[in-house]
Every structure is written in C-alpha cells, then in structure tokens.
Design a protein around this ligand. Structure first.
Ligand SMILES: [Zn+2]
Length: 389
C-alpha cells in the first residue's frame, strides 16, 4: 500500500486498502494526524466529537477513475467553544472532488467542451459545468484590462433562444476578451465604463467598434480621451453587401457558367484560384456594371492595404466615394462611409482593427456547443472570459 500512498502524496493520510476493477480504482485512506486544527483560532484539538465518512474523486490513475474513501473528524474547540470540521488541504468542505481533480477538469473544459469532458470522465454536464464555473470564478483577474491601450467592441455570436445580441469587449493587444455584456444598449455600455476603475480607463487610447451608433456614443461620452476607430472589416462588409445585391439584381444577364460568381466577386482578388478567376473573367465579359463594381470593391480594399497617413487615407477614401457616386454604384455603402468617415479614417493612425478578436469568435462558437449553463448569463460570461485566461 505504501506505493499508493506515495503516488497520492496526500499529507496526513496513508492508503490502507485498494480495490481495482475494469474502470475504477478505490482507495481507502487513514488519517495519520493526531489532532484537528481549529480553522477559527488555529489551536489543536484532540476532542473528536465524531468521525464522518467521505468519498471523493481524485485524478485518474492509469486511466482508471480514482476514488478516495476516508474519515474526517469533527472536533470540539475549547477556545472557541464550537465544533469544527477539520479543514483538509486536498479537498474543500462539501465537495465530491479533490482540488487537483477540479483543476484538471477546469483545464480540460477550457481546451474542449464541458460535454466532451463529461463523457470522458463519466460525469454529468451539469457537474462539469459547476466545477468549471467555480474554478473560473476563483481565477478571474480583478482588473483584467489594466495597462491595455486598445479596446475592441463587437456583438457576440447570438445565443440560443435570445433575439438580442450580447456585447463583447476585447483586449486587442492580447486578443483576449475583457468582458461580456448581456445587452447591447448604450445605457449598459455606459454603465460598464462607469464601473471600470479610472486607472484602467485612462490608459485606453483607441476603441475599435462596428458601425453601431449606441456603442459609438457610449465611447465618446465615457472615454472621450480615446480615439474611435471603425473596424475596417465591417466597412468592407458594407461594400461587399452592395456588391452582392447588385449581383443578385443582374443575375439574369450573366451566362449560366458565370452564375456561381458569389465568391469570385467577393473574395479578395489576389486570393482567387484559377476556376474562380475564370468565372470572374466571364462576368467581366458579360456585363459592364458588375465589372466596374468589382473593380471599385478591389480599389476600396487596396486603400486599406497601403501605408497611407490619416490625411492620405482620407483623400483616397473621398476619391473612391466620388468614383462610386459617378458610377451610380455602392449607394448604401457610400452613405455608411460618409456617416462614419472620421472614425473610418482613424484606421490609418495605427491600423487598429478587431481582427485579433477573430480567433475569439471562433472559440465562442465551440463554447456555444456546450449544452448546459447558457440560459444563465452570468455563467455564459464566465465561461467565455475563463476560456481565455
Ligand atoms: Zn478554535
């Protein structure tokens, strides 16, 4: 049994019995210390009132689920005049799992999903989620954004059963989420900024957002010292949206072998493969308007790939707007760009985008597959923030 005691390495306990079957290793432990230490006053007590049996799960050994059976004592403390349960350093009171097993579960869920871990460990989804949330809470930094200079704000992939969007705030320098807000309203975002400590908010130099007025207003009101930047990928999306609408209205003019032109038109031209390039050539031959629109779209993208200064970038964008208006194309996108012109041009200051958040959004999609725990927003928020700790 000594070998088991050495493997477990739990101070004050010795393994006295072991049973093994196909899936499980059950170890019986005996308490070796002679007295309990009162958690309130720190005085040792030998006045055992009762021994109480416990069964907790520990890290697996050789792929077998490992259970530890032992007795803990309740002692009377002469100093405090109370009865106390002896605190143990390997398992917390009222828990069914050792601390190290809980940590292992937490780390596994971070890498995968609660459902996957539950199946692997033969636990319930609910149980795994509970462990995860407990560990996550204990790990959340108090001031996660202290020292951060670039903040990103965007809506989060929709949660099941909800019509409204959640808002996610990103730390753009580390690519980690800062926090998740339940409702995307100006009031909630403003209240959130008010809650942040001043030493944190005054460091923020740039805030990159989607083109959503309530977010912008909240930022300009509460973080007035910071520069507002419109995420270039969202602007590009608006341009692509117009191109897509044009393609749909002109579809009947295109030959059959050019009808599958969705990706060739919208994809960045340098990234096209040969087949896509051929389709694009056919679109060009068939109709002048999609050709012109496609070229304008590519010109638009190229403006953002230059090393223009803010002034040059602004001029290039003005020039593009002029060309689009002359051609009678991209009317919706032009409207949007005019509305957000200053913050779009602020991109050329430091080329800040919400690009670093891309990876987060993909990970959130994985997290969303977790079956349990999302009806409660607080859990959802913890799950996301903890996944990136
Ligand atoms: Zn005491």
């Amino acid at each position: 049994m000594e070998i088991f005691s050495n493997i477990l390495d739990i101070k004050g306990f010795r393994v006295i019995h072991a049973e093994v079957d196909d899936t499980t290793l059950s170890l019986s432990l005996k308490c070796e210390t002679e007295h309990g230490i009162c958690p309130h006053c720190g005085v040792a007590s030998q006045q055992v009132r009762v021994w109480s049996p416990r069964l907790v799960r520990d890290l697996p050994i050789s792929g077998k689920a490992c259970y530890l059976a032992f007795e803990t004592r309740y002692c009377d403390c002469a100093t405090c005049h109370t009865t106390f349960a002896e605190p143990l350093d390997f398992v917390e009171a009222k828990r069914d799992d050792t601390i190290r097993y809980e940590i292992a579960i937490f780390e596994q869920v971070r890498q995968t999903t609660a459902t996957y871990v539950a199946e692997r460990e033969d636990l319930t989804d609910k149980g795994v989620t509970r462990i995860f949330l407990r560990q996550a809470k204990a790990r959340l930094p108090e001031q996660p954004f202290l020292g951060g200079k670039k903040l990103g704000i965007d809506e989060i992939a929709e949660r099941k059963g909800r019509k409204a969007y959640d808002l996610i705030l990103y730390h753009l320098e580390t690519g980690k989420p800062l926090d998740v807000l339940e409702n995307r309203t100006q009031a909630e975002l403003m209240a959130y900024f008010d809650r942040l400590p001043a030493e944190m908010t005054r460091n923020i130099e740039e805030v990159c957002i989607d083109m959503w007025r309530p977010d912008a207003t909240a930022v300009t009101e509460k973080l007035s010292h910071a520069t507002l930047v419109t995420d270039r990928f969202h602007v590009m999306k608006a341009v692509n949206q117009d191109l897509k609408s044009l393609k749909n209205t002109l579809k009947h003019e295109l030959p059959d072998d050019a009808k599958a032109c969705h990706y060739p038109l919208l994809k960045n031209e340098p990234d096209l493969n040969d087949t896509q390039q051929e389709i694009l050539d056919k679109v060009y031959e068939a109709s002048p308007q999609p050709k012109e629109a496609h070229q304008l779209k590519e010109e638009f993208r190229e403006i953002f790939d230059t090393n223009y200064t803010v002034e040059q970038g602004g001029q290039a964008l003005q020039g593009w707007i002029g060309n689009a208006e002359k051609a009678g194309l991209f009317s919706e996108a032009v409207k949007t760009i005019k509305n957000w012109f200053d913050s779009i041009v602020n991109y050329f200051l430091h080329r800040t985008t919400n690009g670093p958040a891309e990876g987060i959004n993909n990970k959130i999609k994985v997290i969303k597959r977790m079956a349990y725990g999302f009806r409660n927003f607080a859990n959802f928020r913890l799950r996301i923030v903890a996944a990136f700790l």
